[in-house]
Design a protein around this ligand. Structure first.
Ligand SMILES: Cc1cc2nc3c(=O)[nH]c(=O)nc-3n(C[C@H](O)[C@H](O)[C@H](O)COP(=O)(O)OP(=O)(O)OC[C@H]3O[C@@H](n4cnc5c(N)ncnc54)[C@H](O)[C@@H]3O)c2cc1C
Length: 295
């Protein structure tokens, strides 16, 4: 096999300012290096034209993990998966993040890969994006002209495409504090037991009433069934006021299936994906109810 090697400038950034300046100087061919588990593979295979990699692993803001019960969680874009599922606070307060972080690749990948990289790679099948959406995460984006915030559900605009402009980078995610009596769960379907790309995935976040028999509020996100991961507002609306039972979930399941616009490929047919996304939304909602009851 002939491999065309291309020179890539490596810029280790020690601060956010250094990272943003390097990205501006590097222009269109500069890319952020987080864990490198997507970008290095893509550069080597010639799938991305990369002239400069700006390493953000030492940028303090991109490594932050801080939680305040009033303000919620700030999670740096480059925090590796193992630190996410290893955090006692995240296990307790945001267990759906553990669902996603512990499924991405195997242990070697999890020691490098970040949720910032997972989002910025913008695969329709990415395993953290539905969870980020269900948990109402927002992105803090920095560029030469300052910072801006974008809800995760607006970030991806097509397969491998997102709304970052040249010279911009994702710094961190912000998650609101969990609502009272809430639970959330992420699930995916893959044909193998591990290390595969999702045929479909889904995350559900919901709250229960005080008697814990009725859903008060819900948010549903689905992946691998459209050009971008989708927030299905109709499914969330269908959860509000529904009984916290299998029958109560049915309208939300149907809404998620109706919103899906799946394709057929070697991993699965469109019909199979539409079926699967219904199964996953139902199971994720049931598990979210259990988590909400467990409190
Ligand atoms: C063996 C293997 C198994 C995998 N399994 C899974 C899986 O099960 N589920 C899954 O979803 N993915 C999987 N992946 C893909 C990959 O590991 C994940 O998408 C991972 O989360 C990417 O994170 P990273 O930090 O390594 O990203 P990187 O490769 O560093 O970056 C990915 C892209 O995002 C850009 N980027 C990264 N961070 C930022 C930022 N802060 N600001 C702006 N742009 C940024 C980069 O320039 C690049 O274009 C797998 C990959 C491999 C090699």
């Amino acid at each position: 096999v002939e491999v065309a090697l291309q020179p890539i400038a490596y810029v280790p950034a020690a601060s956010l300012d250094e990272a943003v300046s390097a990205l501006r100087e590097g222009g269109e061919l500069a890319r952020v290096l987080s864990g490198g588990t997507d970008v290095i593979v893509q550069a080597r295979e010639g799938k991305r034209n990369v002239g400069m990699l700006v390493d953000i692993k030492k940028v303090p803001e991109a490594n932050e993990i801080s939680f305040d019960p009033q303000d919620g969680l700030t999670l740096g874009a480059t925090v590796p998966c193992y630190k996410i599922y290893g955090s006692e606070m995240i296990q307790r307060v945001y267990p759906a993040l553990v669902d996603s972080a512990s499924l991405i690749g195997g242990v070697q990948i999890q020691s490098r890969a970040s949720l910032g990289g997972n989002l910025c790679n913008s695969s329709p099948a990415a395993d953290s994006i539905p969870t980020l959406i269900a948990l109402e995460a927002t992105c803090l984006i920095a560029g030469a002209h300052g910072t801006r915030r974008v809800p995760v559900e607006e970030f991806c605009i097509g397969p491998g495409q997102n709304q970052l402009q040249s010279g911009e980078m994702l710094v961190s995610f912000h998650f609101p504090p969990p609502r009272p009596r809430s639970g959330a769960r992420f699930l995916r379907f893959i044909p193998r037991n591990e290390m595969d790309i999702a045929v479909a995935n889904a995350a559900v976040s919901l709250t229960l009433n005080e008697r814990r028999d009725t859903i008060e509020w819900g948010r549903v996100a689905i992946g691998a069934v459209a050009p971008t991961p989708l927030l299905v507002a109709e499914a969330g609306a269908a959860l509000a006021g529904a009984a916290a039972t299998a029958a109560g979930l049915e309208k939300a399941v149907q809404a998620a299936q109706a919103a899906a616009r799946p394709i057929s490929d070697m991993r699965g047919s469109a019909a199979q994906r539409r079926h699967l996304v219904g199964v996953l939304v139902r199971r994720a909602a049931e598990a979210a109810i259990e988590r909400a009851k467990a409190g």
